[in-house]
Design a protein around this ligand. Sequence first.
Ligand code: GLU
Length: 448
Amino acid sequence: MSANPPVKVRFAPSPTGKLHVGNVRTALVNWMFAKGQGGAFVLRIDDTDLARSTAAFEQGIEDDLTWLGLVWDERYNQSKRFDRYEEAASRLKAAGRLYPCYETGEELDRRRKVQLARGLPPIYDRAALDLTEADKAAFEAEGRKPHWRFKLEGRRVAWEDLARGHAEVDTTSMSDPVLVREDGLFLYTLPSVVDDIDMGITHVIRGEDHVTNTGAQIEIFEALGGPTPGFAHMPLLVGADGQALSKRLGSLSIAEMREQGYEPIAITSHLGRIGTSDPLEVGASVDALGDTFAFTKMGRSPARYDTADLDRLNAQALHAMPYSAAQVRLAALGVDLGETFWNAVRPNLVKFGDVVDQARIVQGPVTPMIEDAAFAEAALGLLPAVIDETAWSAWTSAVKEATGAKGKTLFMPLRLILTGQAHGPDMATIIPLIGRDRMVQRLNGETA
Ligand code: GLU
């Protein structure tokens, strides 16, 4: 029997902005790993920074995740857990691992510049460790409040990273991280560790920009008595041009993509699979994405985020969408013209909203494109009395015989006249929906 606890992961966004494709990729990889292992997915709102966090952004995060189908099993707000962080901070202080510092930002800057000028790494010099009680009292009397740093052990911290393999961070090359600011604000580093322990998180999965952080956090896990979870650090996203996306992420919000008409399954299939060896295809459902996921499929190079891929997946999702799934949305757009219509037009859709344009082919108005009036007149004369599913083939055979037109020169002019467009749905299926009256009008050159 395995002694391993069931997998439990967390997605921990800060409600200081909208969710963007980078966040959602992190959420998805957590989700897929959890689902694939039969584990739990926790949503943790990292809102210790009360000044920057807003209820609107928090709501936005929930709305976006729900829309994408990423349903959380448990949910927490860090802002409701300050007593736990206080308790952890007290324990670290008692153990001599959290120490007060009184330097101002300018003082620290000056020291860094001096270190750099001497060719030394700009690491905090731990001067505060030498402060006597009298020194501290003097600072306090001046009105200074301490910020608190975690005393790193300064060693090689190593772990087996699920995404990167053997990983090591040398904490001697790092400044002791500030865990509590002078205004009492807990920076993300400590609350995250306290929560991961309290909530029984088994794996921390996040971007590789957190690797150094992990070195310090593993020391904090150990200082607090652990257990230390497993870690996976994913390569970051780059754009189609190979440039880091981080600066552009603000404009790649899920809310905006939703407005632009992207399907949630296209977004999740795309973000869940870029940077892995899985083919970039639409998954059956967001739940099913976990079935094939494995960290061994994740490459070490950055994942390319290309809108062209997303568009292709979006079209693929629409082409496979059954009428039952489309019906309510068709009705909302006022174009629920039945299952035959949906099946005929869905191969032409890139975004769901394109269906309105397709409905115009059936409901009008269409301005016919007539290049050869004699051809249109001949076709009109041969139009069958009843337009059913067999009408197209009978009609085009007759027009072919009468005009000598065949292949593209036969079908394209008829399509242009009847739909006003060079591309569109299967004509045999769509003409019974257009109906004979409108066909006659369009063949006569009338907008109908
Ligand atoms: N709130 C942190 C962030 O968004 C969470 C990082 C983590 O997953 O530990 O960067």
